[in-house]
Design a protein around this ligand. Structure first.
Ligand SMILES: [Zn+2]
Length: 69
């Protein structure tokens, strides 16, 4: 079964990264992020709603837990 983080698969299909390349998004079920295939940013899902804001994005390669380092 494909992890969708509780999101509608149709919604996932139409969502695109807000970066200039508007990359498709992959679901990272472990980190509960939508990850852009092009720029690698991760977008959190809060209460079933994807937060597609560059300001809220986890940087490429980031663990989402940078404070632990
Ligand atoms: Zn992107």
């Amino acid at each position: 079964m494909t992890e969708t983080l509780g999101l509608d698969p149709l919604l996932l299909e139409i969502l695109a990264c807000p970066c200039s390349d508007h990359g498709e998004l992959d679901v990272d079920g472990e980190r509960r992020l939508l990850v852009c295939r092009i720029c690698g940013r991760g977008f959190p899902v809060r209460d079933g709603i994807p937060v597609m804001l560059l300001d809220e994005a986890v940087p490429p390669g980031g663990s989402g837990d940078a404070a632990a380092r």
